[in-house]
Design a protein around this ligand. Structure first.
Ligand SMILES: *[C@@H]1O[C@H](CO)[C@@H](O)[C@H](O)[C@H]1NC(C)=O
Ligand SMILES: *[C@@H]1O[C@H](CO)[C@@H](O)[C@H](O)[C@H]1NC(C)=O
Ligand SMILES: *[C@@H]1O[C@H](CO)[C@@H](O)[C@H](O)[C@H]1NC(C)=O
Ligand SMILES: *[C@@H]1O[C@H](CO)[C@@H](O)[C@H](O)[C@H]1NC(C)=O
Ligand SMILES: *[C@@H]1O[C@H](CO)[C@@H](O)[C@H](O)[C@H]1NC(C)=O
Ligand SMILES: CC(=O)N[C@H]1CO[C@H](CO)[C@@H](O)[C@@H]1O
Length: 414
């Protein structure tokens, strides 16, 4: 009797193993180190002429992890928001309806599929769907504060990311405020739990989970829980001083160190160290580099950091945005002597003034990128990322193609 029972048990155990065709374990993602993240701004395909960026322009050897920016959150009227497209980005739809998938559309993510060729060349490269971006904070708040919407959002994300054959999700909520801190925490812990469960049930490698964060005051964030839930934290260590928020005085938007003249001026080092001290492990901290400059109109003859200014400088021919220039525009203006550059030794980052004395730009060049990569390596942070690959001199208008990303690569000796 006991033997029969044992036999039945063994047989049914074997049967259950055979029937379960999916393994019950799952793998953790493996990264190429150090991280060299690259955001890809999908709206760059609308730029004119040689600045029109197409996915096939991407050189897969320059980055280890690509972020498609941005998947858009659309909430219908029942979610309290209309479907205004803030940027020409490509979205998926979430809906607070009875059936989570009834209104999910993936058709607009076609251009995210265009990055898949990168993995065919190098399967270790990671592709991430970055959700959010500038101006999407109300939608994040709406989703995060409702347990139902969080659920719909998360199942939509998992379905989209798997269908695209991407590796994970990047949350780019700019920015959770103090009032959002509890919801933000619920959102990220729910996402991580769902990713763990999905990996177990599907037997696939767990989806990677990252977030881009941009506020050194930290009050919108529960940092210890972020350290537990997230694989990487991309620090938006740029636009630290902008003509939009500080119109009357020039400032360096991505200075590595504060100027000697003002040690409290926001800078990359203090921003990064604040996140480390608050509890993010070094192995998860990724420092942001900028391939854009921030521009101011000058109002006096002074041309340094802290010079008097009157708001955003003139737009570039290709990027057409006041207060903003791509590195490919800046380097060409330097070549043609329309801009006269200065490397300020204390802040380790360059700025330039226009030769007519009217405007001013703070930016990064190959030297400052190398300086930041060296500093990041010395501090044993896990890597750097670039906002964004389409703003580097990708067509080689000033010499080599991708000077900033090549500087990162050669400084890391990879
Ligand atoms: C951080 O956010 C607070 C509001 O929560 C804002 O007052 C502050 O200027 C922000 N700081 C930075 C560096 O963005
Ligand atoms: C120094 O920088 C801080 C932060 O950006 C700013 O609030 C302050 O006004 C600056 N002080 C001087 C003297 O420029
Ligand atoms: C952060 O996470 C890492 C790895 O997951 C862990 O080793 C470390 O102890 C955590 N740090 C804190 C302050 O919780
Ligand atoms: C600015 O420079 C011009 C030409 O170099 C000079 O004539 C003028 O006096 C200067 N203005 C001030 C306020 O220093
Ligand atoms: C900056 O100067 C340009 C001319 O050089 C002008 O067209 C533009 O309106 C100015 N911007 C602001 C914010 O004053
Ligand atoms: C855009 C779209 O597909 N809207 C549909 C969302 O779902 C409701 C009910 O399930 C339909 O009535 C809408 O047409």
């Amino acid at each position: 009797m006991a033997t029969t029972l044992l036999l039945i048990t063994v047989v049914s155990f074997i049967a259950s193993v055979v029937v379960l065709d999916k393994p019950v374990f799952s793998a953790e993602p493996k990264f190429i180190l150090p991280h060299r993240g690259c955001y890809y701004a999908s709206w760059s395909t609308f730029r004119p002429g040689k600045a029109r960026f197409l996915p096939r322009h991407i050189d897969g050897s320059l980055c280890t992890i690509f972020y498609y920016a941005f998947a858009e959150i659309k909430l219908d009227a029942s979610g309290g928001f209309d479907t205004n497209v803030i940027k020409p980005s490509f979205g998926f739809l979430t809906r607070a309806g009875a059936s989570p998938y009834s209104n999910v559309s993936l058709s607009n993510l076609d251009s995210a599929s265009d990055l898949k060729f990168l993995k065919r060349k190098n399967p270790d490269i990671k592709l991430m769907l970055s959700v959010g971006g500038w101006g999407t904070e109300q939608k994040f708040t709406a989703i995060a504060q409702s347990a139902d919407l969080r659920k719909i959002f998360i199942s939509t994300v998992i379905k989209s990311v798997r269908q695209l054959e991407y590796d994970g999700l990047d949350i780019s909520w700019e920015y959770p405020l103090k009032k959002d801190a509890a919801y933000f925490t619920s959102l990220i812990t729910d996402i991580r739990t769902a990713f763990d469960n999905e990996a177990t049930s599907s037997g696939q490698t767990r989806l990677i989970f990252t977030a881009a964060v941009g506020n050194s005051t930290l009050e919108g964030y529960n940092v210890p829980l972020m350290n537990q839930s997230l694989d990487l934290i991309n620090l938006m260590t740029y636009d630290l001083h902008t003509p939009y928020f500080e119109p009357t005085e020039t400032g360096h938007h991505s200075q590595l160190f504060p100027p000697f003249s003002n040690s409290s001026s926001t800078n990359v080092r203090d921003f990064t160290e604040a996140w480390e001290k608050a509890g993010i492990h070094k192995s998860k901290l990724v420092v942001g580099l900028a391939a854009h400059g921030d521009t101011w109109n000058l109002t006096t003859n002074a041309t340094g950091v802290g010079a008097k200014a009157s708001g955003q400088g003139p737009p570039g021919f290709f990027t057409k945005t006041p207060g903003f220039l791509a590195y490919f525009e800046i380097c060409e203006k330097i070549r043609s002597a329309e801009l006269i550059p200065t490397l300020q030794p204390d802040i380790k980052t360059p700025y330039a003034r226009s030769s007519n004395g009217q405007w001013w730009v703070s930016y990064e060049d190959e030297t400052s990128v190398r300086e930041k990569v060296r500093w990041t390596a010395q501090k044993r942070y896990s890597g750097v990322f670039l906002w964004d690959i389409t703003l580097d001199d990708f067509f080689g208008g000033c010499g080599v193609r991708y000077p900033l990303l090549n500087a990162v690569k050669s400084e890391y000796k990879v």
